[in-house]
Design a protein around this ligand. Structure first.
Ligand SMILES: [Zn+2]
Ligand SMILES: [Zn+2]
Length: 272
């Protein structure tokens, strides 16, 4: 399994020479299963780049794409109207979310409805399906997928993707409990090869007025990584206010607590 980060910024996209190392696009990651189908997690602005790649690669071949949505906050869905395959008549885009199929269609369609976009989601040429993720594990080709609820305003989920005994756990947009650590997430992430975790705030920022905002810190990420005995921790969902230099500092502090920590970077591929 090869996982690629396409967007690692939380809240809103950013640009600037001091934001290039980790990148300015909002949340999106992708992997291809052994049936050569794309499985995408979240549809933030990072999704656009993958669309461009698919446009140049696909030609006349039909495309079958799967998009797992963690929740509907804008930083996780605003790339969708700019995703080229949405406009391909030979593409099928399968959306999966914790909400009912009608709700998912309504929430995604909402950002393209009325005065927000020139074209409604329903009018785009691709075929679309909307599926509520089942309580139990399900599979997309050779990849088995499970989910667990996270602590976030209006709710969010973490996804665990497993193929050939290798597991990736994607857990952005979560706030750690007031005391102790999120035991549900620890057992969900147990022995994963990769854990991607919410590093929106430094512990100092979190303590000074960000409690209840639904996000976590690098320090909590290292605690989960240790308790769950994961192989590699990728910190992500970086704060738009944090420069590359500040993120470098965050990563080096985290490495003191959990040595195999990296900062997720746009374009970085993690091979499992
Ligand atoms: Zn977010
Ligand atoms: Zn969110």
């Amino acid at each position: 399994m090869e996982l690629e980060f396409l967007g690692v910024r939380g809240s809103m996209p950013v640009s600037g020479t001091d934001r290039n190392k980790y990148g300015g696009h909002t949340l999106c990651a992708c992997l291809m299963n052994s049936e050569k189908e794309w499985i995408i997690i979240d549809a933030g602005t990072g999704l656009k780049k993958l669309g461009e790649r698919l446009q140049s690669q696909s030609g006349e071949k039909p495309l079958n794409i799967h998009i797992l949505l963690t929740h509907f906050h804008l930083d996780h869905i605003t790339g969708l109207p700019f995703f080229a395959p949405l406009y391909f008549s030979n593409a099928t885009i399968n959306f999966y979310a914790p909400t009912s199929s009608d709700e998912t269609e309504k929430y995604l369609g909402g950002i393209m409805a009325g005065r927000y976009f020139p074209l409604d989601l329903k009018e785009t040429p691709s075929k679309k399906t909307f599926t509520k993720i089942p309580e139990k594990k399900f599979a997309i080709g050779s990849v088995e997928i499970s989910h667990c609820a996270l602590n976030h305003p209006q709710g969010s989920v973490s996804y665990r993707l497993e193929e050939n005994g290798k597991a990736t756990v994607y857990a952005t947009d979560t706030e750690h409990p007031e005391e102790g650590i999120d035991r549900n997430l620890v057992s969900f992430a147990m022995k994963a090869d990769i854990l991607i975790y919410d590093a929106m705030f430094t512990p100092e920022e979190y303590e000074s007025g960000r409690k209840g905002w639904g996000h976590s810190t690098w320090l909590e990420g290292t605690k989960i990584a240790r308790a769950a005995d994961v192989r590699t921790l990728y910190l992500s969902h970086f704060n738009p206010d944090h420069s590359d230099k500040q993120i470098d500092k965050i990563i080096s502090l985290a490495q003191e607590k959990f040595a195999h920590t990296f900062g997720a970077k746009e374009g970085h591929k993690a091979i499992l």
